[in-house]
Design a binder for this molecule. Structure first.
Ligand SMILES: NC(=O)c1ccc[n+]([C@@H]2O[C@H](COP(=O)([O-])OP(=O)(O)OC[C@H]3O[C@@H](n4cnc5c(N)ncnc54)[C@H](OP(=O)(O)O)[C@@H]3O)[C@@H](O)[C@H]2O)c1
Length: 328
């Protein structure tokens, strides 16, 4: 199976490392970052490109752009792992459209295009007989969409509850366990690289709301968008609120919930019993599905990380390989 890769940040490098380390039957024929690209129909050595990127900051030739890789390289699937822009979906949205129009499968970890244009992109993929897969967009390593599609096939999904943002979960865990203030816990999260310099997206619940939109649209196809999510962040929580919850053997977590029959789509800090399966520590994510036959299923795992996210992408690629593409 041949792939082209757009993006050589944390996730893109994780994908290349795994392709270099494991016999997955995947050949890379095109790679691009923001400033350079490389195309080789005979296959690119992933280890060599990883080394070059580390040394020079470039993966290839400045005369070859990401758009060139999408439109000219010979590949079965495009792996699109460029930065998320939740307002425009770009640059990923344009690259994904272009690849689908070329009848190429697409695997992405980029939440922007999937939250903004899932229906359009799914329709385009179906029209062209190819797959659009986005396991890595929600819950990092947690195989939530594979579970829904295969393990829970035939179930009606009644509701979803999730801890979908590792940064918020880390901050809340530290406030609860150590009695830190929000500001102290945020500073610690920043020092450990769990929080961005501008943490707005995470702490105001926007990132969790985007993931909730992706879950809802994938499961129920209900065409919801970010503005439909009733959202409250964790930035105004006080240590007192956590202390009061503690007195009832409870804690506080940022919970994303979708219950279509009640018209509920919400992200908010919730008081929750300490022994509830969604009470996970640190940067972990957790997702509970309520279904008619299987009843409650909770999946817990790493919500981010280079190899963790690569795991979700490789899972999507191998699904496509086994279903559509013969091994060389
Ligand atoms: N990191 C995680 O744990 C994680 C988990 C789940 C989902 N995601 C999502 O996965 C995506 C990638 O995340 P990341 O952490 O790997 O991001 P990152 O470290 O910021 O890397 C982004 C990569 O995209 C490249 N890029 C930027 N603009 C581009 C353009 N116009 N054309 C081609 N390439 C371009 C960058 O090029 P340069 O190298 O030249 O700057 C960089 O290599 C994001 O959408 C993120 O939200 C990440």
């Amino acid at each position: 199976m041949k792939i082209a890769l757009l993006g050589m940040g944390s996730v893109g490098r994780g994908v290349l490392e795994m392709i270099a380390a494991k016999d997955l039957g995947i050949t890379v024929t095109g790679i691009a970052d923001s400033k350079s690209g490389v195309i080789d129909p005979d296959g690119i050595n992933p280890a060599r490109i990883l080394k070059a990127k580390k040394k020079t900051g470039l993966c290839g030739n400045k005369k070859i752009s990401a758009a060139d890789v999408v439109s000219k390289a010979d590949y079965d699937a495009l792996v699109e792992v460029t930065p998320t822009n939740a307002t425009t979906g770009e640059p990923g949205l344009g690259y994904i459209r272009q690849a689908l129009k070329r009848k190429k499968h697409v695997v992405t970890s980029n939440k922007g295009p999937i939250a903004l244009a899932y229906k359009e992109l799914k329709t385009l993929a179906a029209k062209n007989g190819v797959e659009l897969r986005h396991e890595a967009t929600v819950g990092g390593a947690i195989p939530i969409f594979h579970t829904l599609e295969h393990g829970l096939a035939g179930n009606e999904i009644l509701a979803i509850f999730g801890v979908l943002n590792g940064t918020c979960n880390y901050i809340l865990t530290r406030m609860s366990d150590e009695g830190l203030t929000y500001e102290q816990a945020l500073l610690e999260a920043r020092e450990l690289g769990y929080a961005e310099a501008d943490p707005t997206y995470d702490v105001q619940g926007i990132d969790a709301a985007i993931k909730l939109v992706i879950l809802a649209n994938t499961i129920w196809g209900n065409g919801v968008s970010l503005k439909d999510v009733n959202r409250t962040g964790i930035d105004l929580l006080t240590p007192d609120a956590l202390r009061l919850a503690e007195e009832e053997d409870c804690t506080i977590r940022l919970i994303a919930e979708a219950i279509p029959k009640k018209g509920l789509l919400r992200v908010s800090p919730r008081i929750i019993e300490k022994n509830h399966p969604l009470v996970v520590d640190g940067t972990l994510n957790a997702i509970t599905l309520e279904t008619d036959m299987a009843k409650e299923i909770t999946l817990i795992g790493k919500g981010a990380g280079s190899l963790e996210t690569a795991s979700a992408i490789i899972g999507d690629l191998l699904f496509i390989r086994d279903r559509y593409v013969k091994r060389p």
